[in-house]
Each structure stands twice: as C-alpha cells, then as structure tokens.
Design a protein around this ligand. Structure first.
Ligand SMILES: Cc1ncc(C[n+]2csc(CCOP(=O)(O)OP(=O)(O)O)c2C)c(N)n1
Length: 324
C-alpha cells in the first residue's frame, strides 16, 4: 500500500506541520459554521451534528496516519473526514444534497465513505463503527500490512455490546487498532455522569490494553498519545484505548437548543477553545495567513456546492444496479 501521508497533514513534527494542523482545525471550524448557516437557510436536506469545539481530537488523532490507514467515524464526523483528506468542496456538496458530493448528495453527513483515502465511513448508528473497525484491523493484519485502523466513537457508544466484544477480540488478536472515545460530556441530551459507569479509558485496561486519558482540547497531547498508540499498533503490539475529554459547543443536532446545559458550563468550555490554544503557539502573522487561506477554501467550497446541481431522482434507480 502507499506510504504517502494524508494529503492535508504532511508530517507529524516540525513547525510547518504544526501550522498545517492549525489550518486544518480552522478549516474544520469554518466548514461547520458555514454548514450550520446553510442549515438555517434551509439548504441542508438532512440532520446535522456539529463537533465545533472538538477539532483538536480529529486533527491530532489523524495527523500520524498514512493514506492507507483506515478511519471509522460517527454521526459527528465532518472533522474526521476533512482530517483524513476529504475535499471541503465535495463534502460541502454532499451535505447540501448536490451531485458532486461524495455520495452524490444522497447520503448526507452520516453516510460519507471515501475508500481511496481510507475513510471507511461516518455512521448514523451509535457504536456501529466499532466492529467495522475491528474487522478492518483484522484485514490489515491478515494481509501482513503495517497499516492501522483508528476508530472514533462517543462516550454513549461505550454502553453498546459491540464495544466490549470488539475490545475483547482486538486485545486477544493484537489487532492494529486505536480506539478513540471523544468524551464530549453528553450522550444525546443526557450528561455522561448518569449514563457511563466508571472511567472510560480504564475499560481498555480491563482487556489488557493500555488505557490513556488526554485533554482532548490540547492537540499536542492528543497527537502524542495517538502517535504512541499508532506506533504500537504498527509494531504488532496490539490496540490502545484513548479517552479524549472535550466538549461540543452546540446542541446534539442542529436545532437542539441544548436547554439541558447551564450557560456557564458552555462558557467555561469555550474558554478552553482548542483553536485559541493552538493559535497561541504560532506566530500571529502566520496564523492570520492560515486563517485567511482556510476562509478562502471554505468560501470556494460553498460557492462550488451552491452552484452544483441538486441531486435529482433521474439517476436513482440505475445508480444502484450492477452492470456487467
Ligand atoms: C443504536 C442507536 N441508538 C440510539 C441512537 C440515537 N442516537 C443518536 S446519537 C445518540 C447519542 C450518542 O452519544 P455519543 O455516543 O456520546 O456521541 P456524541 O453525540 O456525544 O458525539 C443517540 C442515542 C442511534 N443513532 N443509534
């Protein structure tokens, strides 16, 4: 398989790579802010789950990966798609129900799969990506590849049966797999404190794999932990369970006013903005340029999507028939 890295992040170390990671976080933030506006304009024909505030987890975790490594995502997956190398314009087109979208505008944000770049799917079923990731990692191992699979899920998914089953198999067979729980504190409308027993990262330890808890709003901490886990997986030493503690700034879905949260809680987390923390480590003029370049890419993506044909019924039947 190809040894090249994901197209958006060239290298896990060095000043240029740090800048690329920051730009990707800014691009992800602006992507979702823009799609959110389009949702309220009535231009997004489907549900929308935003992960604004969680950018450091996706970008930090995917930075150590190659194109040939696999990523399994969730219903909250735009950042994962962009970090793995999805083009902002085609992703925007998908969410806006346009023909050039990755699934011709028919899947929306919960059905994005781009196998050429190792994105094996966002997923609307809570926890469903976990056994798929386990199968993908088994496939890599069986083929003798040194590629790894990274599987994202929310803390709600840790309550599913497939979570425990997958951790067990992954540990037994020493699969090249990194489990990443994005603990954003809420399971739909329910605080995790009344939904999740014990400490999530320690559940890995009970299966004999390392369990690591990181500040999910600190990209360098995420990068270091996932980098170690990926190296361990590539070396045939098996899976790692990582819990990245973070927060989603908006409601569970676009339109959810999140009245179940106290406003000072939201403010406390906004003060830990992963973008502000990353930006502070860069030269301000360089960061300004990166912000402007991300903004230009998003505006071009929006223009592309809005100027593309809306997906129509004409090709619906034939698209789903196999031809010989
Ligand atoms: C199997 C299944 N049960 C219930 C739902 C409805 N549902 C959608 S998202 C969600 C909560 C997910 O919480 P979590 O896994 O913590 O992810 P987060 O939304 O916090 O990112 C639920 C219960 C679903 N999509 N799939």
């Amino acid at each position: 398989m190809a040894e090249s890295r994901t197209s958006t992040v060239e290298s896990p170390s060095g000043a240029e790579a740090a800048q690329a990671r920051y730009r990707l976080m800014r691009l992800s933030r602006r992507f979702e802010e823009t799609v959110h506006e389009q949702f309220h304009e009535g231009n997004v024909p489907g549900p929308l789950h935003l992960s604004i505030g969680q950018e450091a987890v996706a970008v930090g975790a995917i930075s150590p990966l190659r194109v040939s490594d696999a990523v399994l995502s969730t219903h909250r997956g735009h950042h994962h798609c962009l970090a793995k190398g999805a083009k902002a314009d085609r992703l925007m087109a998908e969410l806006l129900g346009r023909e050039p979208g990755y699934s011709r505008g028919r899947g929306g944000s919960m059905h994005v799969a781009i196998p050429d770049i190792g994105l094996l799917g966002t997923n609307g079923i809570v926890g469903a990506g976990i056994p798929i990731a386990t199968g993908a990692a088994y496939g890599m191992q069986a083929q003798g590849r040194d590629d790894v699979t990274v599987c994202f899920f929310g803390e709600g998914a840790t309550g599913t049966g497939a979570f425990g089953e997958s951790l067990n198999i992954a540990a037994l067979w020493k699969l090249p797999l990194v489990f990443i729980c994005e603990n954003n504190q809420y399971v739909e409308l329910t605080p995790q404190s009344v939904h999740v027993a014990g400490e999530i990262h320690r559940r890995g330890e009970s299966f004999g794999m390392p369990g690591v808890k990181v500040d999910g709003n600190d990209i360098d901490e995420v990068l270091a932990a996932v980098g170690d886990a990926v190296a361990r997986a590539r070396a045939g030493e098996g899976p790692t369970m990582i819990e990245a503690v973070t927060y989603r700034w908006f409601g569970h879905y676009a339109g959810d006013k999140a009245a179940y949260r106290e406003s000072d809680e939201v403010e406390q987390w906004r003060a830990k903005d992963p973008l502000v923390r990353s930006r502070a480590k860069l030269d301000a003029a360089v960061a300004d340029e990166l912000d402007a370049s991300a903004e230009a890419e998003i505006q071009a993506a929006l223009e592309f999507a809005l100027n593309s044909p809306i997906t129509g019924p004409d090709s619906l039947a034939l698209d789903h028939l196999a031809t010989t």
